[in-house]
Design a protein around this ligand. Structure first.
Ligand SMILES: Nc1ncnc2c1ncn2[C@@H]1O[C@H](COP(=O)(O)OP(=O)(O)OP(=O)(O)O)[C@@H](O)[C@H]1O
Length: 367
């Protein structure tokens, strides 16, 4: 296991006109489980291929601890990779497929057997160890591929590129928790590429969010949810994503359509600002029942009854704001309401990047 350090690493497929991965400096720390999360085309696979050595970056150096591996091919990097689709020897048994990466490295027979049985047990493959791989369904074959990636204990990192795409949704949950179990057991450094937030949040110690070839925020799942540093993180994580309401900072106060919603924390200069607040934290009440200050007048435009909770859609100052409430919220389309954005959970953004937080209005709070 090693720290994997990218120093000024960037990659362009078109001679430097555009960057699939913008030059970045970043360290993947040894033994952590990372999720690399971002939409299609943001550069996740390119980044993974730079780490594995399938791509030599256009600029920058790659280090495994202090060893410069920038020009070292995949075979010399001690990396295990699992791809989106099964990569197996179809005529070999499941056992032999799992044993292959170990035998290839001359691991003693007893140790091969111990590791194969350990991994097969964790992945639920015990019953099919003797079966030829081509006789398994694609989901099972992918689980064997996953096992092949995890079977070696001495690797710099295990890279997983959307490894559960072909696996049945019900099985995905089980496999993710198995993967966590194997991670706890082996202490592998895992980098797991996905565009699915649930997959990322349930799997990783640390989620690294990528947009347009750039890391926009990295942190524990709760941190990304509670404290998004970039508008994109607010949208991409959470369901529904963060509300973003255009406003203005005037004399230190944040206004939406003429209503003061709080003070601008951190001495933010005057000018346009975007206010980000998750639906979970928007407080909503009917006009006569509002007990907090300040309140933004709004009109209810719709209510989604989700069973466990409701999503109350509103329009405030010409902008859409969703409030997530307990099930049975007493609202109907056309109702008037007031919204309150709690200071501790509301952030201010400029050029998509967080530039401050909302602060309570002076001397006034809850009634
Ligand atoms: N071999 C290639 N030649 C030219 N452009 C490429 C090549 N591979 C990727 N790209 C481009 O580089 C950018 C990043 O692609 P990449 O596959 O790394 O993203 P991704 O986040 O992994 O996407 P996906 O989830 O769809 O696999 C995209 O604009 C893509 O079109």
């Amino acid at each position: 296991m090693a720290d994997i350090r990218l120093e000024g690493v960037g990659h362009s497929y078109d001679g430097g006109r555009t960057w699939a991965v913008k030059p970045m400096t970043w360290t993947w720390r040894s033994s952590r489980a990372y999720a690399l999360l971002g939409p299609s085309g943001c550069g996740k696979t390119t980044l993974l291929n730079i780490i594995s050595g399938l791509i030599t970056p256009t600029v920058g150096r790659v280090y495994f601890d202090d060893r410069d591996v920038t020009g070292v091919p995949t075979a010399g990097r001690d990396i295990a990779q699992v791809f989106q689709f099964p990569v197996l020897y179809e005529e070999m048994s499941v056992y032999d497929n799992l044993a292959f990466p170990l035998r290839n490295r001359k691991v003693p027979k007893q140790e091969v057997d111990r590791r194969v049985r350990q991994v097969s047990h964790l992945l639920g493959l015990d019953q099919v160890l003797g079966r030829r791989s081509r006789r398994l369904d694609p989901g099972r074959q992918q689980i064997v591929s996953l096992g092949r990636g995890l079977v070696r204990s001495q690797v710099a990192a295990v890279l997983l590129d959307e490894p559960l795409t072909v696996v049945d949704p019900a099985l995905k949950w089980t496999l993710r928790s198995k993967l966590k179990e194997i991670h706890r057991d082996t202490g592998h450094t895992l980098i797991y590429v996905t565009h699915d937030q649930t997959e990322a949040l349930t799997f990783a110690d640390e989620v690294v969010v990528v947009k347009d070839g750039e890391i926009v925020q990295a942190g524990e799942p709760a941190e990304l949810f509670l404290s998004p540093a970039h508008e994109f993180v607010g949208h991409f994580i959470g369901s529904p994503g963060m509300n973003v309401v255009p406003g203005e900072v005037v004399s230190g106060v944040v206004r939406v359509g003429g209503t003061d919603v709080g003070r601008a924390g951190g001495g933010l200069p005057p000018g346009p600002v975007r206010i980000g607040v998750r639906p979970e934290f928007v407080e909503i009440a009917k006009a006569g029942e509002f007990r907090v200050f300040p309140g933004l007048p709004a009109r209810v435009t719709g209510v989604d009854r989700m069973g466990a909770y409701d999503l109350v859609h509103t329009e405030a100052g010409g902008h859409k704001v969703i409030a997530k409430t307990e099930a049975g919220a007493p609202y109907r389309p056309g109702d008037g309401a007031y919204l309150h954005f709690p200071a501790e959970r509301t952030f201010l953004f400029r050029d998509e990047v967080r530039c401050g937080s909302l602060a309570p209005m002076n001397g006034r709070g809850r009634a």
